[in-house]
Design a protein around this ligand. Structure first.
Ligand SMILES: NC(=O)c1ccc[n+]([C@@H]2O[C@H](COP(=O)([O-])OP(=O)(O)OC[C@H]3O[C@@H](n4cnc5c(N)ncnc54)[C@H](OP(=O)(O)O)[C@@H]3O)[C@@H](O)[C@H]2O)c1
Length: 245
């Protein structure tokens, strides 16, 4: 059984991605920072459905913690050949004339440093298996260029840059590197939403409905599958057609 690590999988999109990959036959490492109860619930749902999973605490922006995480996951579930870099910290809205360098660093920790640590830790397993899937969770804010989101958007743009270069560097080892860019997908942190909350956003969506975490999980599952073996260095936008390249 192949092992997939999903960072930030105690809730939100990561939880849905973990459950979907488990349903597709991966042993899934459900990573979390502090929500052990949330992660254990995701693991319980996977096991109830007949899948294999474990919960693993680690701050994925910390070098030593990522190294320890991989040792722990390998020991429990085996070599890690699929990594989904999904975890995120807070995403504050800050007008660009008030952004501090620290605000940029906060976002780069999650979308440049963490994916780099994760890829480097997974590469020995991926190279040995001659099969690897690095899947980055980006955002359509890069395309939509929303005001007051410059630090988050710059870091998401950098993550897209990493995706392209890594795809070039590691293709020869059988490793594909792709990015899934969700639009707004309400999750727990968005709270209860009314039809009025969604109305303005839906007006601009050709598909006319709000996205759900399973929409993102399906895109990740495809990129993790053998069906996507000849796809690398690509961005798959999951936002109901809100923007089109
Ligand atoms: N939802 C959307 O509308 C949307 C749209 C576009 C892109 N995205 C992207 O999708 C990804 C997931 O977003 P989300 O909305 O699902 O986020 P979320 O609901 O806020 O969940 C964040 C997850 O990251 C974990 N986390 C936080 N800091 C961590 C750390 N230092 N180390 C390890 N895990 C950590 C949290 O764990 P704890 O619970 O333990 O804190 C939680 O599991 C992000 O990359 C985000 O940028 C989301």
């Amino acid at each position: 059984m192949e092992t997939a690590l999903v960072t930030g999988a105690s809730r939100g999109l990561g939880a849905a991605i973990a459950e979907r990959l488990a349903a597709d036959g991966f042993a899934v490492a459900v990573n979390y920072a502090s929500s052990s109860a949330g992660a254990e619930q995701v693991v319980a749902r996977i096991r109830e459905a007949g899948g294999t999973a474990g919960a693993f605490q680690a701050d994925v922006t910390d070098e030593a913690a990522v190294a320890a995480l991989f040792e722990e996951v390998r020991g429990a579930l085996g070599p890690v050949t699929v990594v989904v870099a999904n975890a995120t910290g807070p995403q504050p809205e800050i007008p660009a004339d008030q952004v501090a360098w620290r605000d940029h660093l906060d976002q780069l920790e999650f979308f440049v440093k963490s994916p780099t640590l994760l890829l480097q830790a997974a590469l020995p397993d991926m190279r040995a298996a001659r099969r690897g899937r690095m899947i980055q969770i980006g955002s359509d804010v890069f395309e939509r260029a929303l005001p007051h989101m410059s630090a988050y958007t710059a870091a998401k743009g950098a993550q897209w840059g990493l995706t392209r270069v890594w795809a070039s560097e590691f293709g020869a080892h059988g490793v594909t590197v792709n990015l899934v860019a969700p639009g707004w997908i309400p999750v727990e942190r968005h709270g209860e939403l009314t039809d009025a909350d969604l109305a303005g956003y839906l007006e601009d969506l050709p598909l006319g409905r709000i996205g759900v975490p399973a929409d993102v999980a399906a895109a990740v599952a495809y990129l993790a599958s053998d069906d996507a073996a000849f796809i690398t260095g690509q961005r798959l936008t999951v936002n109901g057609g809100h923007n089109m390249d």
